[in-house]
Design a binder for this molecule. Structure first.
Ligand code: ADP
Ligand code: ASP
Ligand code: MG
Length: 473
C-alpha cells in the first residue's frame, strides 16, 4: 500500500492512513500489508527550495537553516498530535531521537552545500530524500499509537539503484534480495513495514531518488520485490479518472484499465501515477489498484493485464503542457537515409528527451515534441549535427515553436475501430482548436495531437471528453 503526499498532509490525515493500514492488517491473520509512503504534502518542494536557498550568497546558509528548522517544527507538531494520549511514551522517545538525527544530518548537508557553493544532482537527492525519511517515522508512530506494531524503514537499505541521480533505475534482482532480508521478515512477524517511497541507494549506499512523483514507482518496485498479491496506490481521487478532474469537471472514475492503457495515460501526463509504475508490476504480474484515502469504500481503478472494453473507443484524455515543437525541414532531405537517425542521435547525445515524433510522408519534415526548457539544447545540437546540410541547403531550417501541448486520447477499444480519429478531430474543429501535428501509437491504444498551450488545451480536453466519454453514457 502506498500513500501519497496529499494523504499525509497533516496529523489528521496521517491518522486516517494509520486506520486504513490497521484495518488491512487486521483483515487476515497471516497477511500484513507492506506500506510505502511519500513525504508529507509539500515537503519535497520545500526541500528543493531550501537546497537552492543554501546556494544564495552570504545570507543563503542562514535562510536555508531557518527553513530546515521550520520543517522540523512542522513534523514535530504533527508527531505531537499523533502521539497525544497514546500510552507509547517509550517509542515516542525513540522516534524523537531518530527525527533529531535526520534533522542534524540535513543541517550538515545544507551547510556543506552552502560552503562549497555547489549543489550537484547527488547532493540534491541526498536533501530531497529526507521528506520520506521523516514521514515514515510519523506513520509508524501513528500505527504504534493505535496498538499496531510498525517499523519505519529507509528504502536506502532496500531499493538498489544505479547512480542516475534524480531519475535512478532499480536493480530488481538486488532489490528482491534486500527485500527478503529487510522487509519480508518484519511482515511475517506481523510488524507493518513502513518504507520510504521516492528514494533508493546505489550498491555502495549513496542515496538516489527515482524522480518527482516517484513514490508510486517505489510502491511497484517494493510490491514486486516482496511478492505482493496486489499493489494499492492510495491517493486523493477515486482512482484513475477519464480526465484530470481539475480541468474537466465531468471526469469520472474508470473501474479498470489494462497495463498498456495505464502506461499510455501516465506517459502522456496523467499525474495520478508515475509513468514507470507499470514496469515492475507487469514484470511481476501483480495487479495495481488506485484508491481514494478519503473515500475508501469506493472500489477505485484496477489495472491488470486485460481490462473490460470501455463503453466507448476512448476511455480517457490527458495533456502534457509547457512543451515545444522542434522541426528539421528541407526538401533536400527527401530520400536521404539516416536523417531521422542522426536527428535523434544528436538529441540523445544532448540529453534531450523526445516525447512525440511526427514525420510527413514527403520526408521533408521531421517534427519532435520536447520539454520547453530543453529547446536551446535541442536546437544547438541539431544545428551542429546538420551544419553541413544547412550550409548546402539540403536542410533548410531547424525551427522551434514554443508554447505547445500534447493532447492524448487513450483506449484499447480504438484498436480496429474505424472513425475514432475523425470523431476526435471533428470535436476539436467544433471548438475551434487548431491541430499542429498528429501521431498515433502503432499499438492503436492512443492518438496524440499537438495544440497551442493556452485555453485551447482545456477546450480540447473537454471537447474530446464530451465526444467519447460523456457521449458514451
Ligand atoms: P499523490 O499525492 O497521492 O501522489 P498526486 O497529486 O501526485 O497524488 O496525484 C493525484 C492527482 O492527480 C489528483 O488529485 C488529480 O488532480 C490528478 N490527476 C491528473 N490526471 C488524473 C486522472 N486522469 N485521474 C485521476 N487523477 C488525475
Ligand atoms: N515526495 C516526492 C515528490 O514530491 C515523491 C512522491 O510524492 O511521489 O515528488
Ligand atoms: Mg503522486
Amino acid at each position: 500500500m502506498k500513500f501519497g503526499g496529499s494523504s499525509l498532509a497533516d496529523a489528521g490525515r496521517i491518522r486516517r492512513v494509520a486506520d486504513l493500514v490497521r484495518h488491512a492488517a487486521g483483515q487476515a491473520p497471516r497477511e500484513t500489508p507492506v506500506v510505502v509512503v511519500s513525504a508529507m504534502g509539500g515537503v519535497t518542494d520545500r526541500l528543493f527550495t531550501l537546497a537552492r536557498t543554501a546556494l544564495a550568497g552570504r545570507t543563503g546558509q542562514g535562510a536555508a537553516l531557518e527553513q530546515v528548522d521550520e520543517l522540523r517544527r512542522h513534523h514535530e507538531r504533527a508527531l505531537d498530535a499523533l502521539c497525544e494520549g497514546a500510552a507509547t511514551e517509550d517509542s515516542r522517545g525513540e522516534v524523537d531521537v531518530r527525527l533529531a538525527a535526520y534533522f542534524a544530518e540535513l543541517r550538515d548537508i545544507v551547510i556543506g552545500v552552502s560552503l562549497l557553493g555547489e549543489l550537484s544532482p547527488r547532493s540534491l537527492d541526498a536533501i530531497a530524500a529526507y521528506g520520506e525519511k521523516f514521514s515514515t517515522l510519523l506513520v509508524a508512530a501513528a500505527l504504534r499509537a493505535a496498538d499496531t506494531p510498525a517499523e519505519a524503514i529507509s528504502a536506502e537499505d532496500v531499493v538498489v539503484t544505479d547512480a542516475t541521480f534524480g531519475n535512478a533505475m532499480p536493480d530488481m534482482a538486488a532489490t528482491t534480495r534486500r527485500a527478503a532480508e529487510r522487509v519480508v521478515p518484519l511482515a511475517r512477524r506481523g510488524v507493518v513495514p513502513i518504507a520510504t517511497g521516492y528514494i533508493g541507494a546505489t550498491p555502495d549506499g549513496i542515496t538516489t531518488t527515482l524522480g518527482r512523483n516517484g513514490s508510486d514507482y517505489s510502491a511497484a518496485i517494493v510490491g514486486a520485490a516482496v511478492g505482493a498479491q496486489e499493489i494499492w496506490i492510495w491517493t486523493d481521487v477515486d482512482g484513475v479518472m477519464s480526465a484530470d478532474p481539475r480541468l474537466v469537471p465531468a471526469a469520472r472514475s474508470l473501474p479498470d484499465l489494462s497495463y498498456a492503457e495505464a502506461a499510455e495515460l501516465a506517459y502522456f501526463g496523467s499525474r495520478v501515477i508515475h509513468p514507470r509504475t507499470i514496469v515492475p508490476a507487469v514484470a511481476a504480474g501483480v495487479p495495481l489498484r488506485i484508491k481514494n484515502t478519503f473515500h475508501p469504500a469506493h472500489p477505485g481503478t484496477l489495472i491488470a493485464t486485460t481490462s473490460a472494453p470501455g463503453s466507448g473507443a476512448v476511455k480517457a484524455v490527458t495533456a502534457i503542457r509547457d512543451l515545444a515543437l522542434v522541426t528539421v525541414e528541407g526538401l533536400g532531405m527527401l530520400g536521404v537515409p539516416g536523417i531521422a537517425g542522426r536527428t535523434f542521435g544528436a538529441l540523445a547525445t544532448a540529453g534531450v528527451n523526445v516525447l512525440m515524433i511526427s514525420q510527413a510522408s514527403s520526408e521533408s519534415n521531421i517534427a519532435m515534441v520536447i520539454a520547453r526548457r530543453e529547446v536551446a539544447a535541442a536546437t544547438r545540437a541539431l544545428r551542429e549535427a546538420f551544419a553541413l546540410e544547412l550550409h548546402r541547403h539540403e536542410v533548410d531550417a531547424i525551427r522551434a515553436q514554443e508554447g505547445v501541448a500534447i493532447l492524448t486520447a487513450v483506449g484499447g477499444g480504438m484498436r480496429g475501430t474505424p472513425g475514432v480519429a475523425g470523431r476526435l478531430f471533428g470535436a476539436l474543429g467544433r471548438v475551434g482548436v487548431n491541430v499542429i501535428a498528429i501521431a498515433q501509437g502503432s499499438s492503436e491504444l492512443s492518438i496524440s495531437c499537438v495544440v497551442r498551450d493556452d485555453h485551447a488545451v482545456e477546450d480540447a480536453l473537454r471537447a474530446i471528453h464530451h465526444e467519447f466519454v460523456e457521449g458514451a453514457l
